[in-house]
Write a protein that binds this ligand. Structure first.
Ligand code: MG
Length: 402
């Protein structure tokens, strides 16, 4: 049922919320809707929960432990019977943040919405893996995808492929702030060799503005998508970007910058077309950040959306995504007819992963295929250069980081 739910979360995932505290229920609804999930409920009673499970068959569920001594186990039993992955939250108990209840994750105080999202992703992944292990049918019949979706090794690169690479968390290690990233010394020349080996079919697809991508990878320069596709540069230098008039309103930027002054460690990064609020240095402020942004951008806003990122939340145009950027870049001569491979690490990359697979290629999550380590991505690319040049790839000596 759910093996592609993570990739499809922006389109189709539904989550049942069983929570009897109105304020917590409202916040859960906001944050899950912001993630693109359809929220079933929230409901407050056993009867309503059982009805929703039967009638709406949600893809996952979040259950408040204090629903009642009898009610909570009965909801859990119904979810188990329906094979719906779920986890529990307990707003009253304190102690270790993550425990288990009936073999499912249990978040106790103090939990925040980042933990909730992680727990949700965890149960969905477990569900995916279970279906994979059981050998149930996959959604893609593409033989190239075989062996990749199941968390195995990445392919040897050859000229059948076009490569789309995210930057932060994929080619670069995540730093405390975006300005503090360290670029591996050989990365620019490695990308240049790959670009040549793939006859130009390589593009960087990042949330950063294109000017920043160029600065970080200088002197390497290729086709690229910046700000999740709000700007796309083609190989011939042509730039397509959203008109500045469609960027987020200046008043929002000013309001968020002023509000961030009251949240130490929270950093507002403004971009030509969008804006990102980072809370990596102040994880305790995650709920405040979400409430602040949700007040500006309701879940049904016609033009803008909130996009969760790694310890950050972004405001972007609804019409913009990495999926759209990949499709546009694939129209270029160098890319046409090839199988796209997209590599990404973040929530915002899931649509790109799905699109690459839909276009007959592969979507590789850094966490699954490269142990979450950008150095392993770079080592794979180095081996790709060797393959493309016709030389046997040499193993990278252990301890050497590109
Ligand atoms: Mg990334």
């Amino acid at each position: 049922m759910n093996h592609e739910l993570i990739a499809a979360r922006y389109a189709a995932g539904s989550v049942l919320v069983v929570e009897d505290d109105a304020y917590v229920a409202f916040d859960l609804r906001c944050v899950l809707t912001g993630m693109g999930y359809h929220v079933v409920g929230p409901v407050t009673s056993l009867t309503d929960a059982l009805r929703k499970i039967t009638d709406e068959k949600p893809d996952a569920a979040v259950i408040e432990m204090t629903l009642g001594e009898e009610a909570t186990p009965k909801v859990a039993e119904a979810l188990n019977a329906a094979k719906i992955p779920h986890f529990f939250i307990d707003g009253h108990a304190t102690g270790p943040n993550l425990k288990t209840y009936r073999d499912q994750p249990l978040l106790s105080n103090p939990y925040d919405y980042h933990s909730v999202l992680e727990a949700l992703e965890d149960i969905l992944k477990r569900c995916c893996r279970l279906e994979w292990d059981l050998g149930e049918p996959r959604r893609s019949q593409n033989p190239l995808v075989k062996g990749i979706e199941g968390n195995t090794t990445p392919p040897d690169l050859d000229r059948r492929f076009a490569l789309f690479l995210d930057l932060d968390g994929t080619l670069l290690e995540i730093a405390a702030t975006p300005d503090e990233v360290v670029v591996a010394p050989m990365l620019a020349s490695l990308l240049a060799k790959l670009h040549r080996g793939l006859d130009g079919a390589l593009a960087i697809v990042s949330g950063r503005p294109i000017a920043e991508i160029d600065r970080l990878l200088d002197p390497f320069c290729s086709s690229a998508a910046g700000e999740h596709g709000a700007a796309v540069r083609y190989d011939d230098g042509t730039l397509e970007e959203l008109p500045v008039g469609l960027a987020i309103p200046p008043l929002w930027r000013e309001a968020l910058a002023a509000a961030a002054d009251y949240l130490p460690g929270v950093r507002v990064e403004t971009k030509p077309h969008g804006l990102t609020v980072h809370y990596r240095l102040a994880p305790e402020s995650v709920n405040d950040v979400w409430r602040l942004l949700r007040a500006l951008v309701p879940s049904d806003h016609p033009r803008f959306k909130l996009v969760p990122a790694r310890e950050a939340v972004e405001i972007g145009r609804r019409s913009v995504s990495k999926s759209d950027a990949i499709k546009r870049l694939m129209r270029q001569t160098a890319f046409r007819g090839r199988h796209p491979i997209f590599v990404g690490d973040d929530f915002t990359d899931e649509v790109g992963i799905r699109t690459a697979r839909d276009l007959g290629g592969m979507g590789l999550r850094v966490s699954e295929v490269f142990d979450g380590d950008p150095a392993m991505v770079r080592n794979w690319l180095l081996q790709g250069v060797e393959h493309l040049s016709g030389r046997s790839p040499r193993p990278t000596p252990t301890g050497i980081h590109l």
